[in-house]
Design a protein around this ligand. Structure first.
Ligand SMILES: NC(=O)c1ccc[n+]([C@@H]2O[C@H](COP(=O)([O-])OP(=O)(O)OC[C@H]3O[C@@H](n4cnc5c(N)ncnc54)[C@H](OP(=O)(O)O)[C@@H]3O)[C@@H](O)[C@H]2O)c1
Length: 494
């Protein structure tokens, strides 16, 4: 069977940053691998009055870093068509429909449509409404819409956005991007958990002490200042990426590894998040904002940021999950900008042995019998290293008998990971296949917002003491204290 996929992509926001940096290179890689061949076309639309020729130049430039064969690039770019279009103007959809039908006939696209909304979300409703009213959806073939984050800024706005989309598309036609779900090691969580009896049988509150999820960024707010200042780390990272990762780490075993079964289990996990009461927010969540340090500007002095902004550039939190498997196990999460390094990792910290027989005096004198043995830690390195590490105790080399932590380490080969598809390439391929496993479903979004809204509301009502952390650190001291008060500590330290 041919692996070629057949579709017309309509990219709203075709002149934008996301389209140029992510979408065009990803489509090209699918083309190089033969998933896209003769039977595909792309309409890029935005307001700028570009010609097709200019658009081809933009496509070619966006692929420059791939050092591809120029003839292949030219052939690929030949499938792209530009239409100047204001999404609020109904008349433009008439032209869009005509062009779509012409390209469908020209390339044999069988009525298959993917609409990629690479624009600000306040336009999603208008676009969806016009796609319906102007009859742009096809009666034969598939119609799928891919949308970018943010999906609302709280539960109410997310619901409103969802209502607008579902007036045109069914839930199974909506592909909500969370690019973390396209990452190799995030997808690997399920293989590690459900493919290995040693892990799945220990994956519960009897053996696990706590779990730590860190999404750390080294850069500051950069060019996304206006968006970020209205969002902050909690909304930008916790509501979506971190809670999605938590759902994959904590869900029960799906009956089968299918989109439907996985979604059922993820929703159950997210429903089990213990909601915080307003008075519990301050003791369970820490917010931060970076200060200045040498040449590094404070967040409040960044371009386009108000000097009295109270936006959080760091969050750490303790999340509890109320179900049989996880009752009593804290999940500590943290993310922030201008931290010590850029990486994403998950540390699963196991309980220590009940008795430390190697240090019996210590046992007799100390209530916490096993304090001198380090806990086993399973670390899933998501990026930049992609691999798994296990810390365990072994005998220290030489005379006498002392234990010391050692590491078993697996990392994917750097050359192999360089050739493995990037998140957007995987996700576009999934959307072409009609597989929304690695996209966020509405109920997941809804439960995530409900959890986050309480925290955000409490923060909005209380003035923070910002700035409160040094660039290059791992956030404010209160983040360490959050774990210390439970007798734990972050596995990754500066
Ligand atoms: N960039 C990223 O890395 C990234 C990462 C995660 C999520 N996202 C999300 O992806 C979406 C796009 O982001 P972006 O960074 O690509 O934004 P961007 O560079 O500002 O692009 C916005 C696009 O929308 C077009 N546009 C604006 N108003 C329009 C109108 N009335 N009618 C038609 N077109 C209009 C712009 O083109 P004209 O000015 O020519 O009309 C441009 O092509 C956003 O939802 C963002 O939150 C982006």
């Amino acid at each position: 069977m041919s692996k070629e996929k057949i579709a017309l992509f309509t990219i709203f926001g075709g002149t934008g940053d996301l389209a140029q940096r992510k979408l065009y290179p990803s489509l090209f890689k699918l083309y190089q691998k033969g998933y896209l061949k003769e039977h595909f076309a792309v309409i890029g639309t935005a307001r700028r009055p570009w010609t097709n020729e200019h658009y081809h130049g933009v496509i070619t430039d966006s692929l420059a870093s791939l050092n591809a064969d120029p003839a292949t690039v030219a052939k690929f770019a030949g499938h792209f068509y530009y239409q100047s279009h204001d999404v609020t103007d109904a008349q433009h959809y008439v032209t869009l429909k005509q062009l779509s039908e012409k390209l469908d006939a020209q390339y044999g696209l069988q009525g298959n449509r993917i609409f990629y909304l690479a624009m600000a979300p306040n336009f999603f409703g208008t676009i969806a409404q016009h796609l319906r009213s102007e009859n742009i959806l096809t009666p034969n073939g598939f119609n799928r819409v891919i949308i970018e984050k943010p999906f609302g800024h709280d539960f109410e706005s997310a619901k409103e956005l969802n209502d607008q989309l579902t007036a045109t598309f069914n839930e199974n036609q909506i592909y909500r991007i969370d690019h973390y779900l396209g990452k190799e090691m995030i997808q690997n969580i399920s293989a590690i958990r459900f493919g290995n009896n040693i892990w799945e049988s220990l994956w519960n509150n009897r053996y696990i002490s706590n779990v730590q999820v860190t999404l750390s960024e080294k850069l500051g707010v950069e060019e996304r200042a206006v968006y970020y200042d209205n969002s902050g780390a909690l909304r930008d990272m916790v509501q979506n990426h971190i809670l999605q990762i938590l759902s994959l780490l904590t869900m029960d075993q799906p009956v089968e590894f299918t989109e439907k079964d996985i979604d059922v289990e993820k929703v159950k996990a997210l429903r089990s998040l213990r909601p915080l009461k307003p008075e519990e927010v301050a003791t369970n969540f820490v917010r931060g904002q970076y200060a200045a340090d040498g040449d590094v500007k404070a967040y409040r002095n960044e371009d386009k940021i108000s000097p009295d902004s109270n936006t959080d550039t760091f969050v750490a939190g303790k999340v509890m999950i109320d179900n049989f498997r996880w009752s009593g196990v804290p999940f500590y999460v943290r993310t922030g900008k201008r931290l010590a390094d850029k990486f994403t990792r998950i540390d699963v910290v196991f309980k220590r042995p009940i008795v430390n027989i190697f240090n019996h005096d210590d046992v007799r004198e100390n209530d916490d019998a096993a304090t001198s043995l380090a806990p086993n830690v399973l670390t899933i390195n998501v990026e930049p290293t992609e691999g798994v590490e296990l810390r365990m105790n072994a005998k220290a080399l030489g005379q006498g008998f002392a234990t010391t932590p050692v590491k078993l380490n697996f990392a994917h080969d750097a050359a192999a990971t360089a050739n493995s598809p990037e998140a957007y390439e995987r996700l576009l391929h999934d959307a072409l296949n009609g597989d929304a496993t690695n996209f966020t479903h509405w109920k997941e979004v809804a439960y995530s917002w409900k959890f986050v809204d309480v925290i955000q509301k409490y923060w909005d009502e209380h003035t923070p003491d910002f700035p409160n952390y040094r660039p290059g650190s791992m956030g404010p001291d209160a983040s360490d204290e959050l774990l210390r008060q439970d007798g734990h500590e972050w596995i990754y330290k500066e």
